[in-house]
Ligand binder design. Sequence first.
Ligand code: AP5
Ligand code: MG
Length: 207
Amino acid sequence: MNLVFLGAPGAGKGTQATRVCEKYRIPHISTGDILRANIQAGTPLGVQAKSLIDRGMLVPDEVVVGLMRDRLAQADCAHGYLLDGFPRTLEQAHALAQFARIDLAIDIAVDPEMVVDRIAGRRMCRCGESYHISMHPSPICDKCGQQLYQRDDDKPETVKARLEVYREQTEPLIGFYREAGVLRTVNGAQEMDRVFADIVGVLDGQH
Ligand code: AP5
Ligand code: MG
């Protein structure tokens, strides 16, 4: 099954995507993670992306669409995948529809106030794991033992810009996928296990 996760910054897309991909054995494809890996590696794409990401702005559509076209052509995507953070504009959604069939778009719905607090407390690991300080006060990753860090774009002023960009450019995708007949909504304000159970309910209901 080919899935898209929609939701504001901090809605829990990455958190839930990790669990869903483990359970259903499909690749977790996060444009944010791919861009951050490029920043880390100092590639030309990473250099271009860093200044935009640090200001809470989007990387140009043609750049991410090209990245995703290549990524979805790889062999591990043949039996389904989960897209986290893509598409993010109507242009990206239209472009994606040219080279992929999306079976379900799950909107993880949350209140904007709630995400500010979630993002402020988020700590990341280079291995891809993500934690919240309220649930995981230790600065060390449980999975691999590396030191956790805070994302550069998780500063309050950048979060504000990201939320505005979300409202203007990404929220309209909810209507796009509703019209396509593939939209499902789960309440992302619940605790993580509950959100996961609701997503599994949606996915298992499809078979
Ligand atoms: P990206 O990395 O995709 O960031 P985002 O969409 O802003 O989303 P986040 O990763 O901040 O939130 P999330 O929903 O994954 O939440 P998480 O699970 O971590 O993109 C970053 C940037 O890259 C963009 O701003 C843009 O510049 C660029 N970019 C990426 N894709 C692009 C595209 N397609 N086009 C153009 N540019 C693109 O959870 C957040 C925190 O809350 C964690 O601490 C977690 O532990 C906690 N939490 C999660 N769920 C719960 C819960 N149920 N209860 C309590 N706490 C919870
Ligand atoms: Mg994420």
